[in-house]
Design a protein around this ligand. Sequence first.
Ligand code: GRF
Length: 220
Amino acid sequence: MKADPSPRPKILILVSGEGSNLQALIEASRERDYPADIVAVGSNQAKAPALAKAAHANIPTFVIEHGRYGSRDEFDGALMQEIRRHNPDLIVLAGFMRILTEGFVRALRGQLLNIHPSLLPKYTGLNTHQRALDAGDKVHGVSVHFVTEELDGGPIVAQAQIAVGPDDSAETLAQKVQAQEHVLYPIVVRWCCEGRVQLGAERVLFDGQALRQPVVLPAN
Ligand code: GRF
C-alpha cells in the first residue's frame, strides 16, 4: 500500500451575492485532477443565493451577519473564528462585499485571494464597467489578486481581458467580464493550491520567480 498522500489543500470561499464564481469553483473542484477541496462557504448575507448553491453541492455553510456586530473589528473577529474552525489553506473571496480590517488581512497574508472586475490598478472599488466605458477604454477585464491592507490593491496574480465594442453597455460588459471570471478564478486557485503561486515579500511568486507583470490569460 502507498504511504498516505499529503493532505489536499482546503479552500474556504466567502460570498455575499449570486455566487456565479462560487459555482465555477465548485464545478472545477469536481474535476478529477483538481488539487483542492472546498471545505466551507461563508457569507455576511443570510439570503445570498450563493449559499443555496453551496448547500446544493453539499458544502457546509456559515453566516455571520455584519448587522449584528457593532464594529468591523467585532465582525472580523467572528469571521476569523469560523475560518480557524475550518482551518483552510486558502480563503477565496468571491463577490464578498465587506471591507476587511487591516489586522484581519495581515493575519491571513498570502492566504486571501480576491477577484475584481477591472484590469487593476484601474478602477478599484465599485461601478468598474461604467467607469471603463466613461473613460473610452477599448480593453477591459478582470483581475485576481492577493488581498493586502490596500483596498483592491494587493499584488495581482493574473488578468483576463475583453474587448469593449461601440455597442457595449455596463450590463454587457458585466456579462463578458463574468464569463472570463469563471475561467480565470479556478485556474488561479488551482495554481495556489498546487503551490505554484505564492505571495512573496512584495510580489507574487510564480514557480519561485517574482512576477513582474500579471499573467494575462489568452482570450478564449
Ligand atoms: C464578480 O463580478 C466579482 O468580480 C466581484 O463580485 C462579483 C461576484 O459575482 N468581486 P458572483 O456572486 O460570483 O456571481
